[in-house]
Design a protein around this ligand. Sequence first.
Ligand code: TXA
Ligand code: MG
Length: 320
Amino acid sequence: MTERLTPDEAGLDRAAELLRAGALVAFPTETVYGLGADARDDRAVARIFEAKGRPRFNPLIVHVSSLAEAGELVAIDAAARALAERFWPGPLTLVLPLREGAGIAPLVSAGLVTLAVRVPGAGIARDLLARVGRPVAAPSANPSGRISPTRAEHVLAGLDGRIEAVLDGGPALVGVESTILAPGPDGTRLLRPGGVSAEDAEAVLGAGLLPPDQGVTPSAPGQLASHYAPRGRVRLNAASPEAGETFLGFGPGPAELSPTGDLLSLSPTGDLVEAAARLFHCLQELDAAGAERIAVAPVPETGLGRAINDRLRRAAAPRA
Ligand code: TXA
Ligand code: MG
């Protein structure tokens, strides 16, 4: 059962308490309803993808309550600061270099070295974020492939029973998603048009926006070729490792330890939520182990397994 909360003191406290405990809570922003989880909790973030039935680990937007809080997570250059000061709180998302030690679950940025952040404009969302006191990862609160919800009823129509709660704040005002901009050394790229117009952003920057795929800084949505892949060559659906291979396990069976003493297994018990939560961490551990050839145990092609296998197939694909 999904709890339906009203945005009064008690409802906001309950929503914040659930988020801090690793639960999924949909909440209204000024653009659309977001499906929130503690951005530092790998398992909670993995459950976002499970609830939405997303066949891919698209990177998520992290919601914070202030520019200062954003600055703890990402490096904010002059262009980003100017945009943030003009449009935050509001329907603008900035993709910026992720700070080391930010503590964001690697699944949030899908292993990218950048992180999408925004300070939402709606009073309820900011109230909630202030109470949670931690960054909250939130994609739009719809099942994968459906349109973004602008009312609590839309959220429940798609996700009832799959999430712990929805905070009902009435209709979202903007109704379209945030504009996504990626400031970089060669200019600012427009990754997704949205609630802030390109003209208004250009007026603040005093320069035109670049198209998504231009320039040297990474990755537009849908074109995330620079997604993290381990350095070693990857062989999938391996029952066991061959000589010279490092094995990444799933479920019962052989499992090795990484040099940092971490178990090289996506999930020893065969739990797909745990496997999704550990996926990018394990890929990084394989690099740390200096693995040149990697064998990966089979992962079932069901539920979250589809997104896990999508990522593993891309890790195994020939590199340019
Ligand atoms: O208005 C909004 O932005 C809503 C509310 C809930 O805040 N959220 C939303 O999230 O639309 P979602 O997950 O549906 O869309 C997020 C977009 C995706 O297209 C994703 O690829 C892109 O942001 N994105 C996230 N992190 C990125 C990154 N590091 N680099 C490039 N694109 C990124
Ligand atoms: Mg969406």
